[in-house]
Design a protein around this ligand. Structure first.
Ligand SMILES: Nc1ncnc2c1ncn2[C@@H]1O[C@H](COP(=O)(O)OP(=O)(O)O)[C@@H](O)[C@H]1O
Ligand SMILES: [Mg+2]
Length: 395
């Protein structure tokens, strides 16, 4: 069928035609929203899962909802390779100023004027953007240069102004496990202070499954600060909706057997559902997707994932790092005990350290627990096994 009408959306962070199977998570956010509107407190939300399960899509949806409820929101994405705390402060300042502009309307309450002044002085200190908010700097607030102190003052002033309107200050952070330790500590401390003092400031974050551990290692009380929500593959009926609904809207149906084949092949992983759904649509000659179409789509979709999703990751690894990825594949989806991986590579456990660290910083593996290692994407073991003959090709 015509690719230009194809409703599926494979790709990192791409909004799917429908957000299937995430009602519980969206309800958790709605509860937070409703409590804020009632002047009650709640906890921030942390979404965790492997790559491709739909964390970014869900985070963006919560962000969109927060904006539509007139919260003051900021969205940032943490990166490992960036210049650390300073660059986070600059991004935060720039985004805060942009977001604050939207709240700079009508006659301003005293607290809102003060909040805009504090945002301005924070921005002036880090020199992030020349955009002006047209209020006096709140000199002496959020401009000390100390990450923790400044963030706390920002949160206090902005959240206090939002509280008056029964709204909140929402900070949406993607890939939070990659945040530098200084910003991580400052953010958790700010959330902690906000919870204790009843300021409506909420961090809504997404990250790999090790994020809860990273947070608690930064500040032990982080364990109680957030509503932790692991997300994974979709339940079979939800996965079926994710495939069927967008097609039906365009008058296209799936034969039952075709649907079963596709559900088995995708394992219910959102990314794979979009990739295979896209292939099925493009390959089907008629408006009913048959079993034969589904078989071709699985073949084509697998090849497409191998050539893109998996390969782009594999190619980031050096030859020695690929050996480590291969040694992990013996445990399938894992996790693998690091000691055993070292043994398979005929290395001392201590010699594995640099490869492990490099693969973690490239986002290919993560440590679910101490002494363990696992792939960040589902299906990686299968790819590695299919392609390990390329182990020695140039990286
Ligand atoms: N609930 C969902 N239902 C159907 N498809 C989804 C859903 N969530 C995400 N997707 C699709 O899955 C893919 C990965 O989503 P993304 O949010 O980037 O995942 P993550 O951030 O966990 O790596 C995208 O192609 C997106 O369209
Ligand atoms: Mg993501």
């Amino acid at each position: 069928m015509q690719p230009d009408l194809n409703p599926y959306s494979p790709g990192s962070g791409r909004r799917p035609p429908a957000i299937a199977g995430r009602i519980v998570e969206l309800e958790a956010f709605d509860t937070l929203r409703a409590r804020v509107a009632n002047g009650l407190d709640d906890r921030g939300i942390v979404l965790t899962g492997l790559r491709g399960v739909g964390k970014t899509v869900l985070l963006n949806e919560m962000h969109r909802l927060a904006d539509s409820f007139d919260w003051l929101t900021v969205r940032i994405e943490a990166r490992r390779d960036e210049a650390g705390a300073h660059s986070v402060r600059r991004t935060l300042a720039r985004e805060l100023v942009a977001s604050a502009r939207k709240h700079n309307r009508g006659s301003l309450a005293r607290t809102m004027r003060a909040a805009l002044g504090t945002i301005s002085s924070f921005n002036a200190k880090v020199g992030a953007t020349g955009i002006q908010l047209g209020v006096d700097l709140n000199t002496g607030r959020a401009d000390s240069g100390d990450a923790e102190v400044d963030l706390l003052e920002l949160v206090e002033d902005v959240a206090t102004a939002m509280a008056e309107r029964k709204r909140a200050f929402g900070l949406f952070i993607d890939e939070m496990q990659d945040l530098d330790p200084e910003s991580m500590g400052a953010l958790i401390a700010a959330q902690h202070a906000a919870n204790q003092r009843g300021w409506p400031f909420y961090i809504v974050a997404a990250g790999l499954p090790n994020l809860p551990r990273v947070l608690t290692e930064a500040r032990s009380y982080a364990e109680r600060l957030f509503n932790y929500r692991p997300i994974g593959k979709l339940l079979r009926p939800d996965a079926a909706h994710a495939l069927r609904d967008p097609a039906e809207k365009r008058g296209v149906t799936y034969e039952d057997a075709a649907m079963e084949l596709l559900l088995d092949a995708t394992g219910g992983y959102p990314y794979f559902l979009q990739e295979f759904g896209q292939a099925a649509w493009n390959l089907a000659p008629e408006k009913c997707i048959t079993q034969a179409d589904a078989r071709s789509a699985i073949q084509f979709g697998t090849e497409a994932l191998d050539a893109g999703f998996f390969r782009s990751r594999w190619e980031r690894a050096t030859r020695s790092e690929r050996r480590m990825l291969y040694a992990m594949a013996a445990d399938n989806e894992g996790p693998s005990p690091t000691a055993q991986v070292a043994q398979r590579m005929a290395l001392q456990a201590s010699s594995l350290g640099p490869y492990r660290a490099a693969l973690i910083s490239k986002g290919l593996v993560y440590a679910p627990e101490h002494g363990q290692i696992a792939y960040t994407v589902p299906g990686m073991a299968g790819y590695v096994n299919r392609h390990h003959d390329e182990l020695d090709s140039e990286a």
